[in-house]
Design a protein around this ligand. Structure first.
Ligand SMILES: *[C@@H]1O[C@H](CO)[C@@H](O)[C@H](O)[C@H]1NC(C)=O
Ligand SMILES: *[C@@H]1O[C@H](CO)[C@@H](O)[C@H](O)[C@H]1NC(C)=O
Ligand SMILES: *[C@@H]1O[C@H](CO)[C@@H](O)[C@H](O)[C@H]1NC(C)=O
Ligand SMILES: *[C@@H]1O[C@H](CO)[C@@H](O)[C@H](O)[C@H]1NC(C)=O
Ligand SMILES: *[C@@H]1O[C@H](CO)[C@@H](O)[C@H](O)[C@H]1NC(C)=O
Ligand SMILES: *[C@@H]1O[C@H](CO)[C@@H](O)[C@H](O)[C@H]1NC(C)=O
Ligand SMILES: *[C@@H]1O[C@H](CO)[C@@H](O)[C@H](O)[C@H]1NC(C)=O
Ligand SMILES: *[C@@H]1O[C@H](CO)[C@@H](O)[C@H](O)[C@H]1NC(C)=O
Ligand SMILES: *[C@@H]1O[C@H](CO)[C@@H](O)[C@H](O)[C@H]1NC(C)=O
Ligand SMILES: *[C@@H]1O[C@H](CO)[C@@H](O)[C@H](O)[C@H]1NC(C)=O
Length: 365
Protein backbone atom coordinates (compact mmCIF):
# COMPACT_ATOMS: atom_id res chain seq x y z
CA UNK A 1 0.00 0.00 0.00
CA UNK A 2 1.31 3.49 -0.78
CA UNK A 3 2.65 5.28 2.26
CA UNK A 4 0.10 8.07 2.14
CA UNK A 5 -2.83 5.63 2.19
CA UNK A 6 -1.32 3.82 5.14
CA UNK A 7 -0.93 7.10 7.02
CA UNK A 8 -4.50 8.15 6.29
CA UNK A 9 -5.77 4.77 7.38
CA UNK A 10 -3.75 4.81 10.58
CA UNK A 11 -5.08 8.29 11.28
CA UNK A 12 -8.64 7.08 10.89
CA UNK A 13 -8.05 4.04 13.07
CA UNK A 14 -7.04 6.30 15.87
CA UNK A 15 -10.19 8.36 15.39
CA UNK A 16 -12.78 5.65 15.07
CA UNK A 17 -11.25 2.47 16.49
CA UNK A 18 -12.46 0.80 13.33
CA UNK A 19 -11.22 -2.50 11.94
CA UNK A 20 -9.97 -2.47 8.36
CA UNK A 21 -11.21 -5.00 5.87
CA UNK A 22 -8.96 -6.15 4.33
CA UNK A 23 -6.27 -5.26 6.91
CA UNK A 24 -4.02 -4.10 4.03
CA UNK A 25 -4.53 -4.10 0.28
CA UNK A 26 -2.40 -6.56 -1.72
CA UNK A 27 -2.15 -4.18 -4.71
CA UNK A 28 -0.39 -0.82 -5.06
CA UNK A 29 -3.36 1.31 -6.15
CA UNK A 30 -5.66 3.35 -3.89
CA UNK A 31 -9.24 2.42 -4.71
CA UNK A 32 -12.73 3.89 -4.70
CA UNK A 33 -16.20 2.38 -4.44
CA UNK A 34 -19.66 3.45 -5.59
CA UNK A 35 -22.92 1.58 -5.02
CA UNK A 36 -26.17 2.07 -6.89
CA UNK A 37 -29.56 0.57 -7.61
CA UNK A 38 -30.42 -0.69 -11.07
CA UNK A 39 -33.89 -1.95 -12.05
CA UNK A 40 -34.46 -4.27 -14.97
CA UNK A 41 -38.02 -3.13 -15.57
CA UNK A 42 -38.60 -5.28 -18.65
CA UNK A 43 -38.80 -8.35 -16.46
CA UNK A 44 -41.82 -9.34 -14.38
CA UNK A 45 -41.27 -9.17 -11.48
CA UNK A 46 -38.77 -6.34 -11.87
CA UNK A 47 -35.20 -7.40 -11.01
CA UNK A 48 -34.20 -4.67 -8.56
CA UNK A 49 -30.40 -4.98 -8.35
CA UNK A 50 -27.92 -3.42 -5.95
CA UNK A 51 -24.52 -3.03 -7.57
CA UNK A 52 -21.12 -2.02 -6.17
CA UNK A 53 -18.21 -0.97 -8.35
CA UNK A 54 -14.63 -0.96 -7.04
CA UNK A 55 -12.07 0.89 -9.16
CA UNK A 56 -8.49 2.14 -9.06
CA UNK A 57 -8.06 5.81 -8.15
CA UNK A 58 -4.96 7.77 -7.12
CA UNK A 59 -3.58 9.29 -3.93
CA UNK A 60 -4.18 12.76 -5.33
CA UNK A 61 -7.81 12.02 -6.25
CA UNK A 62 -8.60 10.36 -2.91
CA UNK A 63 -7.17 13.15 -0.77
CA UNK A 64 -10.45 14.80 0.17
CA UNK A 65 -12.54 11.62 0.37
CA UNK A 66 -13.30 9.40 3.36
CA UNK A 67 -12.98 5.65 3.55
CA UNK A 68 -16.26 3.79 3.04
CA UNK A 69 -17.83 1.79 5.87
CA UNK A 70 -18.10 -1.93 5.11
CA UNK A 71 -21.85 -1.91 5.79
CA UNK A 72 -24.66 0.61 6.09
CA UNK A 73 -26.08 0.95 9.63
CA UNK A 74 -29.13 -1.17 8.84
CA UNK A 75 -27.10 -3.88 7.15
CA UNK A 76 -24.51 -3.88 9.96
CA UNK A 77 -27.24 -4.54 12.53
CA UNK A 78 -28.65 -7.37 10.44
CA UNK A 79 -25.15 -8.88 10.05
CA UNK A 80 -24.54 -8.68 13.82
CA UNK A 81 -27.50 -11.00 14.27
CA UNK A 82 -26.50 -13.24 11.38
CA UNK A 83 -22.91 -13.68 12.64
CA UNK A 84 -23.99 -13.87 16.28
CA UNK A 85 -21.83 -10.95 17.39
CA UNK A 86 -22.69 -8.16 19.85
CA UNK A 87 -24.79 -5.30 18.49
CA UNK A 88 -22.63 -2.58 17.03
CA UNK A 89 -19.78 -4.93 16.04
CA UNK A 90 -20.21 -4.85 12.28
CA UNK A 91 -20.62 -1.08 12.26
CA UNK A 92 -16.93 -0.77 13.21
CA UNK A 93 -15.74 -2.39 9.96
CA UNK A 94 -14.09 0.09 7.57
CA UNK A 95 -13.04 -0.56 4.00
CA UNK A 96 -9.72 0.45 2.49
CA UNK A 97 -11.76 1.88 -0.43
CA UNK A 98 -12.66 5.56 -0.51
CA UNK A 99 -16.28 6.56 -0.95
CA UNK A 100 -16.76 7.78 -4.57
CA UNK A 101 -13.48 9.48 -5.52
CA UNK A 102 -12.67 10.00 -9.21
CA UNK A 103 -11.41 6.97 -11.11
CA UNK A 104 -7.76 6.89 -12.17
CA UNK A 105 -8.54 6.11 -15.84
CA UNK A 106 -10.81 3.89 -17.91
CA UNK A 107 -8.18 1.44 -19.14
CA UNK A 108 -8.46 -1.19 -16.42
CA UNK A 109 -10.07 -4.54 -17.29
CA UNK A 110 -13.61 -5.03 -15.94
CA UNK A 111 -14.46 -8.08 -13.81
CA UNK A 112 -17.83 -9.20 -12.43
CA UNK A 113 -18.17 -10.87 -9.04
CA UNK A 114 -21.26 -12.94 -8.16
CA UNK A 115 -21.83 -13.90 -4.49
CA UNK A 116 -22.82 -17.26 -3.02
CA UNK A 117 -26.50 -18.28 -2.85
CA UNK A 118 -28.17 -16.26 -0.09
CA UNK A 119 -25.05 -14.16 0.48
CA UNK A 120 -24.92 -10.41 0.12
CA UNK A 121 -22.37 -8.93 -2.28
CA UNK A 122 -21.15 -7.05 0.80
CA UNK A 123 -19.70 -10.26 2.26
CA UNK A 124 -17.05 -10.10 -0.47
CA UNK A 125 -16.04 -6.45 -0.05
CA UNK A 126 -12.67 -7.41 1.45
CA UNK A 127 -11.77 -9.84 -1.31
CA UNK A 128 -12.83 -7.61 -4.22
CA UNK A 129 -10.94 -4.59 -2.86
CA UNK A 130 -7.71 -6.60 -3.13
CA UNK A 131 -8.47 -7.39 -6.77
CA UNK A 132 -9.29 -3.75 -7.59
CA UNK A 133 -6.10 -2.48 -5.94
CA UNK A 134 -4.16 -4.66 -8.38
CA UNK A 135 -5.59 -2.70 -11.32
CA UNK A 136 -9.10 -3.99 -12.06
CA UNK A 137 -12.60 -2.54 -12.05
CA UNK A 138 -14.68 -5.03 -10.09
CA UNK A 139 -18.48 -5.03 -10.22
CA UNK A 140 -20.38 -7.00 -7.55
CA UNK A 141 -24.14 -7.36 -7.20
CA UNK A 142 -26.99 -8.69 -5.08
CA UNK A 143 -29.24 -11.07 -6.99
CA UNK A 144 -32.90 -10.39 -6.08
CA UNK A 145 -34.83 -13.23 -4.48
CA UNK A 146 -31.72 -15.11 -3.61
CA UNK A 147 -29.82 -12.64 -1.38
CA UNK A 148 -30.94 -13.00 2.25
CA UNK A 149 -31.00 -9.30 2.94
CA UNK A 150 -30.63 -6.27 0.68
CA UNK A 151 -30.78 -2.59 1.65
CA UNK A 152 -31.65 -0.08 -1.09
CA UNK A 153 -30.53 3.56 -1.12
CA UNK A 154 -34.03 4.86 -0.22
CA UNK A 155 -34.11 2.66 2.90
CA UNK A 156 -36.29 -0.12 1.50
CA UNK A 157 -35.09 -3.60 2.37
CA UNK A 158 -35.70 -6.99 0.76
CA UNK A 159 -35.44 -10.31 2.57
CA UNK A 160 -35.22 -13.81 1.21
CA UNK A 161 -35.31 -17.10 3.14
CA UNK A 162 -32.66 -19.31 1.59
CA UNK A 163 -33.21 -23.04 1.35
CA UNK A 164 -29.93 -24.94 1.29
CA UNK A 165 -31.42 -28.41 1.34
CA UNK A 166 -32.64 -28.43 -2.25
CA UNK A 167 -31.16 -30.72 -4.89
CA UNK A 168 -28.54 -29.15 -7.17
CA UNK A 169 -30.99 -28.98 -10.15
CA UNK A 170 -33.22 -26.67 -8.10
CA UNK A 171 -30.52 -23.99 -8.36
CA UNK A 172 -30.56 -23.87 -12.17
CA UNK A 173 -33.27 -21.16 -12.35
CA UNK A 174 -31.31 -19.04 -9.87
CA UNK A 175 -28.14 -19.47 -11.92
CA UNK A 176 -29.88 -18.49 -15.17
CA UNK A 177 -31.39 -15.36 -13.59
CA UNK A 178 -28.03 -14.45 -12.12
CA UNK A 179 -26.37 -14.77 -15.52
CA UNK A 180 -28.95 -12.45 -17.07
CA UNK A 181 -28.45 -9.98 -14.19
CA UNK A 182 -24.73 -9.81 -15.00
CA UNK A 183 -25.35 -9.39 -18.73
CA UNK A 184 -27.87 -6.67 -17.96
CA UNK A 185 -25.35 -4.81 -15.78
CA UNK A 186 -22.63 -5.14 -18.44
CA UNK A 187 -25.02 -3.79 -21.11
CA UNK A 188 -25.92 -0.93 -18.81
CA UNK A 189 -22.27 -0.07 -18.09
CA UNK A 190 -21.48 -0.09 -21.80
CA UNK A 191 -23.69 2.98 -22.24
CA UNK A 192 -23.86 4.49 -18.78
CA UNK A 193 -20.58 3.89 -16.92
CA UNK A 194 -19.75 7.62 -17.05
CA UNK A 195 -22.97 8.40 -15.12
CA UNK A 196 -22.02 5.89 -12.45
CA UNK A 197 -18.25 6.09 -11.95
CA UNK A 198 -17.00 9.57 -10.99
CA UNK A 199 -14.43 11.09 -13.34
CA UNK A 200 -14.73 8.46 -16.07
CA UNK A 201 -13.82 10.20 -19.33
CA UNK A 202 -13.70 7.30 -21.78
CA UNK A 203 -16.05 4.30 -22.05
CA UNK A 204 -14.97 1.15 -20.21
CA UNK A 205 -13.63 -1.75 -22.23
CA UNK A 206 -16.82 -3.84 -22.19
CA UNK A 207 -15.93 -5.96 -25.23
CA UNK A 208 -13.80 -8.38 -23.21
CA UNK A 209 -14.44 -8.83 -19.50
CA UNK A 210 -13.85 -11.43 -16.79
CA UNK A 211 -16.18 -13.05 -14.29
CA UNK A 212 -15.77 -14.87 -10.99
CA UNK A 213 -17.91 -15.86 -8.07
CA UNK A 214 -18.24 -17.89 -4.92
CA UNK A 215 -20.39 -21.02 -4.65
CA UNK A 216 -23.51 -20.53 -6.84
CA UNK A 217 -21.74 -17.36 -8.02
CA UNK A 218 -18.90 -19.55 -9.31
CA UNK A 219 -21.36 -21.67 -11.26
CA UNK A 220 -22.89 -18.42 -12.51
CA UNK A 221 -19.48 -17.44 -13.88
CA UNK A 222 -19.51 -20.49 -16.18
CA UNK A 223 -23.16 -19.89 -17.13
CA UNK A 224 -22.57 -16.29 -18.13
CA UNK A 225 -19.56 -17.32 -20.25
CA UNK A 226 -21.76 -19.82 -22.07
CA UNK A 227 -24.39 -17.12 -22.63
CA UNK A 228 -22.21 -14.24 -23.79
CA UNK A 229 -18.81 -14.29 -25.51
CA UNK A 230 -17.78 -10.93 -24.04
CA UNK A 231 -16.90 -12.90 -20.89
CA UNK A 232 -13.51 -14.31 -21.89
CA UNK A 233 -12.15 -15.77 -18.63
CA UNK A 234 -13.76 -17.08 -15.45
CA UNK A 235 -13.13 -18.42 -11.96
CA UNK A 236 -15.34 -20.66 -9.84
CA UNK A 237 -14.56 -20.35 -6.11
CA UNK A 238 -15.74 -23.66 -4.65
CA UNK A 239 -19.21 -23.75 -6.22
CA UNK A 240 -21.01 -26.92 -7.33
CA UNK A 241 -22.24 -26.52 -10.90
CA UNK A 242 -25.97 -27.05 -11.55
CA UNK A 243 -27.07 -28.34 -14.94
CA UNK A 244 -26.80 -27.44 -17.75
CA UNK A 245 -23.57 -25.50 -17.15
CA UNK A 246 -21.51 -28.70 -17.33
CA UNK A 247 -22.60 -29.34 -20.92
CA UNK A 248 -21.46 -26.07 -22.47
CA UNK A 249 -17.88 -27.25 -23.13
CA UNK A 250 -16.43 -23.78 -22.50
CA UNK A 251 -13.44 -23.01 -24.70
CA UNK A 252 -12.35 -19.91 -22.73
CA UNK A 253 -9.87 -20.13 -19.83
CA UNK A 254 -11.33 -21.29 -16.55
CA UNK A 255 -9.94 -21.67 -13.03
CA UNK A 256 -11.48 -23.71 -10.22
CA UNK A 257 -10.40 -23.00 -6.62
CA UNK A 258 -11.76 -25.42 -4.04
CA UNK A 259 -11.91 -25.76 -0.29
CA UNK A 260 -10.14 -28.56 1.55
CA UNK A 261 -12.82 -31.22 1.27
CA UNK A 262 -13.89 -30.46 -2.29
CA UNK A 263 -12.22 -31.22 -5.55
CA UNK A 264 -12.33 -32.65 -9.01
CA UNK A 265 -12.94 -36.41 -8.70
CA UNK A 266 -13.44 -35.89 -4.97
CA UNK A 267 -17.05 -36.31 -4.07
CA UNK A 268 -18.75 -33.69 -6.25
CA UNK A 269 -19.95 -35.30 -9.49
CA UNK A 270 -20.92 -31.87 -10.86
CA UNK A 271 -17.27 -30.83 -10.69
CA UNK A 272 -16.08 -33.98 -12.44
CA UNK A 273 -18.52 -33.48 -15.31
CA UNK A 274 -17.85 -29.76 -15.54
CA UNK A 275 -14.09 -30.21 -15.44
CA UNK A 276 -14.14 -32.84 -18.18
CA UNK A 277 -16.34 -30.58 -20.32
CA UNK A 278 -13.87 -27.68 -20.19
CA UNK A 279 -12.31 -27.49 -23.63
CA UNK A 280 -9.87 -24.58 -23.21
CA UNK A 281 -7.11 -23.65 -20.73
CA UNK A 282 -8.11 -24.97 -17.34
CA UNK A 283 -6.64 -25.31 -13.90
CA UNK A 284 -7.96 -26.57 -10.58
CA UNK A 285 -6.50 -26.20 -7.09
CA UNK A 286 -7.77 -27.36 -3.73
CA UNK A 287 -6.66 -25.08 -0.91
CA UNK A 288 -5.65 -27.03 2.18
CA UNK A 289 -6.96 -25.75 5.54
CA UNK A 290 -9.96 -23.94 4.08
CA UNK A 291 -13.72 -24.41 4.31
CA UNK A 292 -16.37 -23.30 1.82
CA UNK A 293 -16.84 -19.91 3.51
CA UNK A 294 -13.13 -19.09 3.37
CA UNK A 295 -13.90 -17.70 -0.07
CA UNK A 296 -16.01 -14.94 1.53
CA UNK A 297 -15.15 -12.27 4.11
CA UNK A 298 -17.00 -14.10 6.87
CA UNK A 299 -13.97 -15.97 8.27
CA UNK A 300 -12.25 -12.63 8.80
CA UNK A 301 -15.39 -11.04 10.28
CA UNK A 302 -15.89 -13.95 12.69
CA UNK A 303 -12.29 -13.88 13.91
CA UNK A 304 -12.36 -10.11 14.39
CA UNK A 305 -15.84 -9.67 15.81
CA UNK A 306 -16.89 -12.78 17.68
CA UNK A 307 -15.89 -12.54 21.33
CA UNK A 308 -14.98 -16.25 21.29
CA UNK A 309 -12.91 -15.88 18.08
CA UNK A 310 -15.11 -18.62 16.62
CA UNK A 311 -13.32 -21.86 17.59
CA UNK A 312 -14.83 -23.59 14.53
CA UNK A 313 -12.17 -21.75 12.51
CA UNK A 314 -9.30 -23.20 14.57
CA UNK A 315 -6.89 -25.23 12.46
CA UNK A 316 -7.94 -23.43 9.29
CA UNK A 317 -6.36 -20.46 7.53
CA UNK A 318 -7.14 -17.10 9.09
CA UNK A 319 -9.04 -14.50 7.09
CA UNK A 320 -6.09 -12.14 6.66
CA UNK A 321 -3.94 -14.85 5.11
CA UNK A 322 -6.85 -16.05 2.98
CA UNK A 323 -7.38 -12.57 1.50
CA UNK A 324 -3.73 -12.53 0.42
CA UNK A 325 -3.72 -16.08 -0.93
CA UNK A 326 -6.98 -15.71 -2.82
CA UNK A 327 -5.92 -12.41 -4.31
CA UNK A 328 -2.60 -13.87 -5.49
CA UNK A 329 -4.36 -16.63 -7.46
CA UNK A 330 -7.30 -14.57 -8.73
CA UNK A 331 -5.12 -11.66 -9.84
CA UNK A 332 -2.50 -14.07 -11.22
CA UNK A 333 -5.21 -15.70 -13.36
CA UNK A 334 -6.75 -12.49 -14.69
CA UNK A 335 -3.30 -10.93 -15.26
CA UNK A 336 -2.53 -13.92 -17.48
CA UNK A 337 -5.56 -13.26 -19.73
CA UNK A 338 -5.87 -9.46 -19.56
CA UNK A 339 -2.37 -8.12 -18.93
CA UNK A 340 0.08 -10.50 -20.56
CA UNK A 341 1.00 -12.02 -17.18
CA UNK A 342 3.13 -15.14 -17.02
CA UNK A 343 0.85 -17.21 -14.77
CA UNK A 344 3.77 -18.47 -12.64
CA UNK A 345 1.41 -19.71 -9.92
CA UNK A 346 -0.18 -22.13 -12.38
CA UNK A 347 3.10 -23.65 -13.51
CA UNK A 348 3.59 -25.79 -10.40
CA UNK A 349 3.66 -25.78 -6.59
CA UNK A 350 4.48 -22.42 -5.00
CA UNK A 351 6.96 -21.94 -2.17
CA UNK A 352 5.14 -18.76 -1.12
CA UNK A 353 1.69 -20.46 -0.99
CA UNK A 354 1.95 -24.10 0.13
CA UNK A 355 -1.79 -24.62 0.70
CA UNK A 356 -3.11 -24.83 -2.88
CA UNK A 357 -2.70 -28.45 -3.95
CA UNK A 358 -3.19 -30.00 -7.34
CA UNK A 359 -4.86 -33.43 -7.37
CA UNK A 360 -3.10 -36.20 -9.24
CA UNK A 361 -5.82 -36.62 -11.82
CA UNK A 362 -6.59 -32.93 -12.35
CA UNK A 363 -4.55 -32.70 -15.48
CA UNK A 364 -4.49 -29.07 -16.42
CA UNK A 365 -4.58 -28.02 -20.05
C1 LIG B 1 -36.92 -0.01 -8.69
O1 LIG B 1 -38.16 -0.68 -8.63
C2 LIG B 1 -38.77 -0.65 -7.35
C3 LIG B 1 -40.06 -1.44 -7.45
O2 LIG B 1 -39.78 -2.76 -7.79
C4 LIG B 1 -39.04 0.78 -6.94
O3 LIG B 1 -39.57 0.81 -5.62
C5 LIG B 1 -37.74 1.57 -6.96
O4 LIG B 1 -37.97 2.92 -6.67
C6 LIG B 1 -37.05 1.45 -8.30
N1 LIG B 1 -35.77 2.10 -8.20
C7 LIG B 1 -35.20 2.77 -9.18
C8 LIG B 1 -33.86 3.35 -8.90
O5 LIG B 1 -35.71 2.88 -10.27
C1 LIG C 1 -29.63 -5.75 19.01
O1 LIG C 1 -30.35 -4.84 18.20
C2 LIG C 1 -31.60 -5.35 17.75
C3 LIG C 1 -32.17 -4.35 16.77
O2 LIG C 1 -32.05 -3.05 17.23
C4 LIG C 1 -32.50 -5.61 18.95
O3 LIG C 1 -33.72 -6.16 18.50
C5 LIG C 1 -31.81 -6.60 19.86
O4 LIG C 1 -32.57 -6.80 21.03
C6 LIG C 1 -30.43 -6.12 20.24
N1 LIG C 1 -29.73 -7.19 20.93
C7 LIG C 1 -28.99 -6.99 22.01
C8 LIG C 1 -28.35 -8.21 22.58
O5 LIG C 1 -28.83 -5.89 22.49
C1 LIG D 1 -39.49 -12.09 -5.22
O1 LIG D 1 -40.47 -13.10 -5.30
C2 LIG D 1 -41.74 -12.69 -4.89
C3 LIG D 1 -42.64 -13.89 -4.91
O2 LIG D 1 -42.50 -14.56 -6.11
C4 LIG D 1 -42.24 -11.60 -5.81
O3 LIG D 1 -43.49 -11.14 -5.37
C5 LIG D 1 -41.26 -10.44 -5.77
O4 LIG D 1 -41.64 -9.46 -6.69
C6 LIG D 1 -39.87 -10.92 -6.11
N1 LIG D 1 -38.94 -9.84 -5.90
C7 LIG D 1 -38.02 -9.56 -6.76
C8 LIG D 1 -37.13 -8.42 -6.39
O5 LIG D 1 -37.84 -10.17 -7.79
C1 LIG E 1 -36.35 -26.74 0.85
O1 LIG E 1 -36.38 -27.52 -0.34
C2 LIG E 1 -36.70 -28.90 -0.10
C3 LIG E 1 -36.55 -29.64 -1.40
O2 LIG E 1 -37.24 -29.01 -2.43
C4 LIG E 1 -38.12 -28.98 0.47
O3 LIG E 1 -38.42 -30.32 0.75
C5 LIG E 1 -38.19 -28.16 1.75
O4 LIG E 1 -39.50 -28.12 2.21
C6 LIG E 1 -37.71 -26.73 1.50
N1 LIG E 1 -37.63 -26.04 2.77
C7 LIG E 1 -38.24 -24.88 2.98
C8 LIG E 1 -38.06 -24.29 4.33
O5 LIG E 1 -38.92 -24.35 2.12
C1 LIG F 1 -33.60 -7.10 -18.62
O1 LIG F 1 -32.84 -8.28 -18.69
C2 LIG F 1 -33.12 -9.06 -19.85
C3 LIG F 1 -32.35 -10.33 -19.72
O2 LIG F 1 -30.98 -10.04 -19.53
C4 LIG F 1 -32.75 -8.25 -21.08
O3 LIG F 1 -33.08 -9.00 -22.23
C5 LIG F 1 -33.53 -6.95 -21.08
O4 LIG F 1 -33.11 -6.15 -22.15
C6 LIG F 1 -33.30 -6.20 -19.78
N1 LIG F 1 -34.15 -5.03 -19.74
C7 LIG F 1 -33.69 -3.80 -19.86
C8 LIG F 1 -34.68 -2.71 -19.64
O5 LIG F 1 -32.53 -3.57 -20.10
C1 LIG G 1 -28.38 -18.50 -21.20
O1 LIG G 1 -28.42 -19.84 -21.70
C2 LIG G 1 -29.50 -20.61 -21.19
C3 LIG G 1 -29.36 -22.04 -21.65
O2 LIG G 1 -29.12 -22.10 -23.00
C4 LIG G 1 -30.82 -19.99 -21.63
O3 LIG G 1 -31.88 -20.72 -21.06
C5 LIG G 1 -30.87 -18.54 -21.12
O4 LIG G 1 -32.04 -17.92 -21.59
C6 LIG G 1 -29.66 -17.77 -21.59
N1 LIG G 1 -29.69 -16.46 -20.96
C7 LIG G 1 -29.40 -15.34 -21.59
C8 LIG G 1 -29.47 -14.08 -20.80
O5 LIG G 1 -29.07 -15.33 -22.76
C1 LIG H 1 -19.58 -31.28 -25.22
O1 LIG H 1 -18.61 -32.30 -25.32
C2 LIG H 1 -19.15 -33.59 -25.18
C3 LIG H 1 -17.99 -34.58 -25.11
O2 LIG H 1 -17.06 -34.32 -26.12
C4 LIG H 1 -20.07 -33.87 -26.37
O3 LIG H 1 -20.67 -35.14 -26.22
C5 LIG H 1 -21.15 -32.80 -26.38
O4 LIG H 1 -21.95 -32.95 -27.52
C6 LIG H 1 -20.57 -31.40 -26.38
N1 LIG H 1 -21.63 -30.44 -26.19
C7 LIG H 1 -21.77 -29.37 -26.95
C8 LIG H 1 -22.90 -28.46 -26.60
O5 LIG H 1 -21.01 -29.12 -27.87
C1 LIG I 1 -2.81 -29.94 4.95
O1 LIG I 1 -2.93 -29.34 6.22
C2 LIG I 1 -2.73 -30.24 7.29
C3 LIG I 1 -2.96 -29.49 8.59
O2 LIG I 1 -4.32 -29.18 8.67
C4 LIG I 1 -1.33 -30.81 7.23
O3 LIG I 1 -1.19 -31.78 8.25
C5 LIG I 1 -1.13 -31.48 5.88
O4 LIG I 1 0.22 -31.90 5.77
C6 LIG I 1 -1.43 -30.52 4.76
N1 LIG I 1 -1.37 -31.22 3.49
C7 LIG I 1 -0.53 -30.87 2.54
C8 LIG I 1 -0.58 -31.74 1.33
O5 LIG I 1 0.20 -29.90 2.62
C1 LIG J 1 -2.63 -15.60 9.91
O1 LIG J 1 -1.91 -16.72 9.42
C2 LIG J 1 -0.61 -16.42 8.97
C3 LIG J 1 -0.04 -17.66 8.31
O2 LIG J 1 -0.16 -18.76 9.16
C4 LIG J 1 0.24 -15.92 10.14
O3 LIG J 1 1.52 -15.60 9.69
C5 LIG J 1 -0.44 -14.69 10.72
O4 LIG J 1 0.25 -14.28 11.87
C6 LIG J 1 -1.89 -14.97 11.07
N1 LIG J 1 -2.54 -13.71 11.42
C7 LIG J 1 -3.39 -13.60 12.40
C8 LIG J 1 -4.01 -12.24 12.59
O5 LIG J 1 -3.66 -14.52 13.13
C1 LIG K 1 -10.30 -4.57 -24.49
O1 LIG K 1 -9.72 -5.62 -23.73
C2 LIG K 1 -9.20 -6.69 -24.50
C3 LIG K 1 -8.73 -7.77 -23.54
O2 LIG K 1 -7.81 -7.27 -22.63
C4 LIG K 1 -8.08 -6.16 -25.38
O3 LIG K 1 -7.61 -7.19 -26.20
C5 LIG K 1 -8.62 -5.03 -26.25
O4 LIG K 1 -7.55 -4.47 -26.99
C6 LIG K 1 -9.24 -3.96 -25.40
N1 LIG K 1 -9.89 -2.97 -26.26
C7 LIG K 1 -9.64 -1.67 -26.15
C8 LIG K 1 -10.40 -0.78 -27.07
O5 LIG K 1 -8.84 -1.22 -25.33
Amino acid sequence: MPLITRVLILGLTALSHGIFIPPTLTGPLPIGVVSYELNNTSLDPVRDLMVSIYYPSSEEKCKTYTLAPDFSTVFATWTDGWLGVPNGSDATMIQCAYDSPQIDNSHYPVLFFSPGYGNSRLFYNGAVQDIASNGYIVVSMDHPNDTDFTVYPDGRTASYAENDTQPLEAFTPFMLKRASDIIFILDHLEENAHKTIPGLEMPLNTSKVGVLGHSLGGATASQVMANDTRFIAGINLDGSVPPPAETYNLTSPFLMLASQGHGIYEGDPSWTTFWESLAGWKHALRVNQTMHHHYSDTVFLQLELRPDGFPANDGFLNGTYMFDLQSAYVVGFFDLWFKGGKGELFAGPSARWPEPIRGRRWLAR
